[in-house]
Write a protein that binds this ligand. Structure first.
Ligand code: ADP
Length: 472
């Protein structure tokens, strides 16, 4: 077991100023695999000072001077993709196939996309008698969760560095090891000291100290809506900018005339991926009442194919959830839904057979779910699909828009035009049309309580810029 006692600050690994540490558990074995410092306000302060000290020089670099180390960072992510994937398997429990393709593969694509975006971005424009400059926002606090631990780091840190910002990263308690690996790659890429800093620690300590630090100009946060609200309050007091990627309760709406079998099969795969720990997962399947039982039968068959098991095996499609607390939470939503009158189609709250160890949850399909049930309103973050019936298109739209969230969604119809027309009426930031694939260049972010701001692509870069105009 590795016991780390350092933080990456000012271009070097420095001994932590914190006395305590955080144990990192493997959710499949429940064994402690490492420990990292539980950094507090002192480590955060040292990191913010280092970022502040580096901000002016890094902010004044040319596009080419930023592209060179960013390219080396992208190359490092490519060279170490396997190691990154294995680390995510160990600390999060993602199955190795998914971890390689998505957990480690997606960040590689995102990092690459920012090389192109930075190479072509217009940082200067003429508006009448003015020249308008896009300048870096300054020192960025990046606070990230554990569900896509490397992706969420890359989706913040890479565009921030590309914009000319300096960064202090506070990764999630459950997944600090991939964050340490990322810091190592940043180091090897040869960024100037202080441009990127890493402080591991607990949310209420290191996270809160970072969000409140007067040396931070912008807080970019991904996580729960409850914590996002607190961060926005704290940041608001300091007139800091915030970018918030929060929860979701996304609807997959299958309109009459759509390919029902495909729509339901894709939905089950979507909700089971990463053990359901995806903020944009389509956790509510909305089908017309005439097709309801047919949809339930298709979902039951599809979900039955996912057998929870060892995430290190390449044949495994469903691993554990991240920790014991999360498992209890998911189980609570399942029993709660049944108590409220939902019908258990497959799965359930009991531990899967033959898995005495590990934080496993059965893939679960719930039918007869009504919009007022907690499972239809709140984020479950487990492999649980709720199927709801609608009477007509207006009713479907009312249900789809009837939560406090608005992060993602999906619409299936006989043709793309019909699906797109429906999607335009949904109060949500992203919608997949008839199975359209995830696009890492498309802006990602929420309407309503799902967040503020957008990540990925050009929109993601612009989160880290501020404008200055000179009048001639
Ligand atoms: P999740 O539900 O994904 O665990 P959280 O919102 O609890 O999401 O955590 C996301 C990130 O926010 C983590 O890095 C966590 O440490 C951090 N965090 C938690 N509480 C706070 C807080 N009060 N202030 C700042 N950051 C926090």
């Amino acid at each position: 077991m590795q016991e780390y006692s350092d933080q990456y600050i000012g271009g070097e690994w420095r001994p932590t100023l914190a006395a305590e540490s955080i144990a990192v558990l493997n959710p499949a074995t429940e064994q402690v695999i490492a420990s990292v410092p539980a950094g507090g306000a002192e480590d955060v302060d040292a990191a913010v000072r280092a970022a502040r000290a580096a901000a002016r020089a890094w902010g004044a670099t040319s596009r080419e001077e930023r592209l060179a180390p960013l390219t080396r960072l992208r190359d490092g992510l490519a060279a170490r993709q396997q190691e990154m994937a294995e680390t995510v398997v160990a600390e999060l429990g993602s199955p190795i196939g998914f971890a390689t393709a998505v957990q480690a593969g997606l960040p590689l694509g995102v990092a690459g996309s920012y090389l192109d975006i930075l190479a072509g971005y217009e940082f200067e424009e003429r508006v009448g008698t003015s020249t308008v400059f896009a300048e870096p926002a300054g020192v960025v606090a990046a606070i990230t969760p554990w569900n896509y631990p490397l992706h969420q780091i890359v989706a913040k840190v890479v565009p921030a560095l590309a914009a000319g910002c300096t960064v202090v990263l506070k990764p999630a308690e459950d997944t600090p090891l991939v964050a340490r690996l990322f810091a190592q790659l940043v180091h090897e890429a040869g960024f100037p000291a202080g441009v990127f800093n890493l402080v591991t620690g607990r949310g209420p300590d290191a996270g809160a100290a970072l969000a409140a630090h007067p040396g931070v100009d912008l807080v970019s946060f991904t996580g729960s809506t409850a914590v996002g609200r607190r961060i926005a309050e704290v940041a608001g007091r300091g007139i800091k900018r915030v970018a918030l990627e929060l929860g979701g309760k996304s609807a997959n709406v299958v309109l009459p005339g759509a390919d029902l079998t495909r729509a339901v099969n894709v939905n089950v795969a979507n909700v089971v991926a990463n053990s359901g720990q995806t903020c944009s997962a389509w956790t509510r399947l909305l089908v017309h009442e005439d097709q309801y039982e047919e949809a339930v039968a298709i979902a039951a068959k599809a979900a039955g194919k996912y057998v929870p098991g060892d995430p290190t095996e390449s044949s495994t499609g469903l691993g554990p959830v991240v920790n014991a607390k999360q498992r209890e939470r998911v189980r609570g939503y399942i029993t709660g839904a049944l108590a409220e009158g939902a019908r258990l189609v497959v799965g359930g709250a009991e531990a899967p057979e033959g898995l005495a160890q590990g934080y496993y949850v059965r893939p679960t399909v719930l039918a007869d779910v009504t919009p007022d049930m907690a499972v239809a309103q709140e984020e479950v973050f487990g492999p649980v699909l709720s199927i709801l019936a609608y009477r007509d298109e207006e009713h479907a739209l009312e249900i789809a828009n009837g939560t406090e969230y608005g992060l993602a969604g999906s619409v299936w119809a006989a043709d793309d035009e019909t699906a797109a027309a429906f999607a335009r009426r949904m109060d949500t930031g992203q919608v997949h049309i008839n199975g359209g694939r995830f696009n890492p260049l498309a802006p990602f972010g929420g309407y309503k309580k799902s967040g503020v701001g957008r990540e990925l692509g050009r929109h993601g870069l612009e989160e880290f810029l501020q404008t200055k105009s000179l009048q001639f």
